[in-house]
Design a binder for this molecule. Structure first.
Ligand SMILES: [Fe+2]
Ligand SMILES: [Fe+2]
Length: 300
């Protein structure tokens, strides 16, 4: 049994997911210029405030991830070669929607005079030149990876919007708008995975591999580790949120511990994945505990 390919009989269901995506996306269609205070800037060039280092780093990190879209499209296109045609159709729509993300973030930073645009341009170039070292190696692997990645990105935008609110509510609004796009993308891939698990629970085998090896697509950018640490400490987005809002949310949606795979290797993978899930839960609990103590300490 090939657990790499998508199940052909699911094509009509995937088509209707794609159709539903179109309808939802059309209802909230937007242009990046609507999220930039262009009129206000004409009257007052300083109407975009100077961002704090944390909010700046968060926006720059998001932009440097989104800017690598040419390679995400390239690799996903290659990954979906020979898959159901609906996947390529979705990929086209997805690319057209993602295209506005880096554009909005870069333009916001540029118009507000935040950061050094020359330095940023050099980093963008180096990110794109580097490409994307993905370990996606099958049609099913591609939908599973993308479901996790879209949900992680959505969660990240929402957390950053929370801390950006006090500095510039318009930035927070723009970030929440991006999060909405990511939510719709995530829903398509998440449900596509769910359908496969329902028809064939042995897909837990490739799914386990994707979850256990997951890395964000931006992990190759300059100073990624430092960025991740700063954002975990100051923007409430780190391993704790990755567990509670991404992995555990998908875990429950996909009902991973209730799956009943028939193949020995799939059962083994499920058990390994259950252990992995428990480990992430322990790490998240420790971080939350430390955070709570710090907050109580700060309140004294
Ligand atoms: Fe995006
Ligand atoms: Fe997305």
């Amino acid at each position: 049994m090939s657990l790499a390919h998508l199940i052909p009989s699911l094509e009509p269901k995937l088509r209707s997911l794609y159709q539903a995506h179109h309808e939802r996306a059309k209802r909230i269609d937007w242009a990046y210029s609507e999220y930039l205070p262009l009129d206000e800037l004409k009257a007052n060039p300083e109407s975009i405030p100077q961002l704090s280092p944390v909010v700046y780093t968060a926006v720059e990190t998001a932009m440097l991830t989104e800017v690598n879209l040419p390679w995400f499209t390239t690799h996903l296109y290659a990954a979906f070669r020979g898959a159901l045609s609906v996947m390529i159709d979705f990929l086209h729509t997805w690319t057209s929607e993602e295209d506005q993300h880096a554009l909005l973030l870069e333009t916001y930073l540029l118009l507000g005079g935040n950061g050094d645009p020359k330095r940023r341009a050099a980093m963008r170039k180096s990110v794109i030149r580097q490409g994307w070292a993905t370990n996606i190696d099958s049609h099913f692997g591609a939908i599973a990876y993308t479901a996790i990645q879209e949900l992680a990105t959505q969660t990240f935008y929402l957390r950053v919007a929370d801390i950006a609110e006090a500095e510039d509510p318009r930035l927070a609004r723009a970030l929440r708008r991006l999060a909405k796009d990511e939510t719709l993308h995530m829903a398509f891939y998440r449900d596509a995975v769910k359908y496969h698990l329902e028809v064939e629970p042995n897909y837990v085998y490739p799914l386990a591999e994707v979850i256990m090896k997951f890395e964000m697509p931006g992990s190759g950018m300059p100073n990624y580790q430092e960025r991740a640490e700063l954002l975990a400490a100051k923007a409430n987005y780190g391993p704790a949120e990755y567990y509670t809002q991404v992995i555990d949310a998908l875990w429950r949606y996909w009902g991973i511990d209730q799956l009943e795979p028939t193949l020995a290797r799939a059962r083994e993978a499920q058990l390994k994945l259950i252990k992995h899930h428990q480990k992430l839960a322990r790490i998240a609990a420790r971080i939350m505990e430390r955070r709570k103590k710090r907050q109580e300490g700060a309140a004294d």
